[in-house]
Design a protein around this ligand. Structure first.
Ligand code: ADP
Ligand code: MG
Ligand code: MG
Length: 496
């Protein structure tokens, strides 16, 4: 896009060939030796790790906007907590969606079941990640002028919400690890003074403390925290470092990892609805799986999910939190006046509203026909999203018309439409496994995720914190930038 701004680099680039080769070689080893790694999708081995793709030097990020996103996280935590506990809102908002989207309907069925039976556990744990991009559109410049008086005009941009994740919000380890590797690189390149511009990031300890806090609330010293995992975990370091952090800092807290299939096979509910898996009582369940249809290959996995929801364990997330994180709910929240239902502080409401990106319903009953007209006229300004998580599911720009016109009015209700965000471009080297030792400088865009942790019941919030951040960067012409998927890379914000 012609109006996309180009941000300066954190250090002068390009590096000369010798320096580049040396730093890449050192940085790769640093990554491998510090667990900045994943399992390879193309050359999988449970016995081997590959370093995770990373950006050599951190991307510039306006300090004021970073602080804005960070400071808003506890409000977003509270918002999602309240949405999760508003049965009428979830029911009304998802009514059309669950008519056509089987996956969301199955989640909703579990919700209805535990709602009718009465929740065994009133407390939920939310480990939330709000994902944002910097927006460079004209309207934003107006907003930005007041907020960033010191920012050179050509870099005006402001933070805009992409989505709020309430399940399996990953990168609690890789977020801080990205800061660490880029600090190492800056230092090696002779820019130690610049590392101070990489903000502190304690996501891993913050997320794990919240899990242990939930474990303490239950107070059963013998109980374990259960990580619900995929059949194959590619993002293994991120998950294991959560486990290691808990085991190291709180050695009395056991951690077990099981798939939904294993939980179905070996799990039972005890007489007080305790969740017992493989003979081990579980007091906290942390889902790193269960957000995609293929993670429920049979009815067994759905039964396992229901059993977990029926148990007295604290769930992260509980089923209503999972539903609150759907794209449809986020679209409903962006409608004018809706935030007033959940938040009472006017300033907070205004701040949240301000970072929301335009979101539209495709439901005929909610003006979907006009939205279709608007999108077909100018598809490149939009993203169309189904009720899915984990990346790779959205439809972008010129691909939208074909998809949209092939759908029935009902089928459309399973999707929402969003204004496409055009972030500023940054330039650096992207280092990938198997990549060249003398890579080209590429143009990239970034997505900043802010982590939040919240614990509470319907009526009472017991714990509410912002706990860290992560930055993912992708080449600027890619629609999506999943790090494991191959287009994205680890990065961290360099505040200016
Ligand atoms: P998921 O839950 O699958 O991660 P997202 O809503 O985060 O779904 O979309 C996946 C990716 O698509 C994001 O990480 C971002 O790169 C891109 N994306 C999503 N929404 C927008 C948008 N409005 N503008 C630009 N890019 C977007
Ligand atoms: Mg998501
Ligand atoms: Mg996302």
């Amino acid at each position: 896009m012609s109006y996309q701004k180009v941000l300066p680099s954190a250090i002068d680039l390009p590096l000369n060939q010798k320096e580049l080769g040396e730093i890449i070689s050192k940085a790769k080893d640093w990554a491998l030796m510090h667990g900045v790694c994943m399992r390879s999708k193309t050359n999988f081995s449970a016995d081997a790790l590959q370093f995770a793709p990373f950006v050599l030097t951190p991307s510039l990020y306006p300090r004021k906007e970073f602080e804005k996103a960070v400071n808003l996280q506890t409000v977003l935590n509270e918002l999602m907590h309240k949405v999760a506990h508003d049965t009428d809102f979830l029911r009304e908002t998802l009514a059309s969606t669950i008519q056509v989207d089987e996956f969301t309907a199955n989640l909703f069925k579990i919700y209805e079941t535990v709602l009718n039976e009465g929740f065994t556990q009133e407390i939920s744990l939310g480990l939330i990640r709000s994902d944002t991009m910097l927006e460079t559109k004209k309207g934003c410049i107006e907003k930005c002028k007041n907020l960033n008086p010191n920012c050179p005009k050509r870099y005006y941009c402001c933070v805009a919400m992409v989505e709020i994740n309430t399940i399996a919000s990953g990168f609690g380890h890789l977020g801080p690890a990205s800061r660490a590797i880029q600090s190492y690189i800056l230092n090696e390149l002779g820019h130690v003074d610049k590392t101070k511009n990489l903000p502190e990031n304690n996501a891993l300890s913050g997320l794990c403390s919240a899990m242990v806090e939930a474990w303490n609330i239950i107070g059963n010293q013998k109980a374990a925290i259960l990580f619900v995992i995929e059949d194959v975990t590619y993002n293994i370091c991120d998950q294991r470092f959560h486990e290691f952090e808990i085991r190291e800092k709180y050695p009395h807290v056991k951690v077990i990892r099981r798939t939904l299939t294993e939980i179905f096979n070996t799990g039972v509910l005890g007489s007080n609805k305790e969740l017992i898996v493989d003979g081990i009582v579980v007091s906290v369940v942390y889902f790193r799986s269960g957000y995609e249809p293929n993670q429920y290959p049979s009815k067994n996995e759905w039964d396992a999910r229901l059993m977990i929801e029926r148990s007295n364990a604290i769930k992260c997330p509980s089923i209503h939190y999972h539903l609150a994180g759907t794209k449809k709910v986020q679209q409903a929240l962006a409608k004018k006046g809706v935030l007033n239902r959940f938040l009472s502080n006017e300033t907070d409401i205004q701040k949240v509203q301000e970072i929301f990106t335009g979101l539209y319903s495709l439901d005929k009953k909610e003006g979907g026909d006009e939205v279709v007209d608007m999108v077909l006229k100018n598809p490149e300004s939009f993203v169309m999203k189904p009720q899915r998580e984990g990346g790779g599911n959205n439809i972008y720009g010129v691909d939208i018309p074909e998809k949209l016109t092939a759908m029935s009015d009902d089928e459309r209700s399973a999707y929402i439409v969003m204004d496409r965000i055009f972030p500023p471009i940054s330039k650096s080297y992207m280092i990938r496994p198997g990549g060249q030792m003398q890579p080209e400088i590429v143009e990239m865009v970034s997505e900043l995720g802010i982590f939040g942790a919240i614990i509470g019941t319907k009526d009472k919030i017991l714990y509410n914190r912002q706990v860290g951040h992560m930055l993912r960067t992708k080449v600027s012409n890619a629609n999506e930038g999943g790090v494991a998927a191959g287009l994205g890379a680890l990065d961290s914000p360099y505040l200016f």
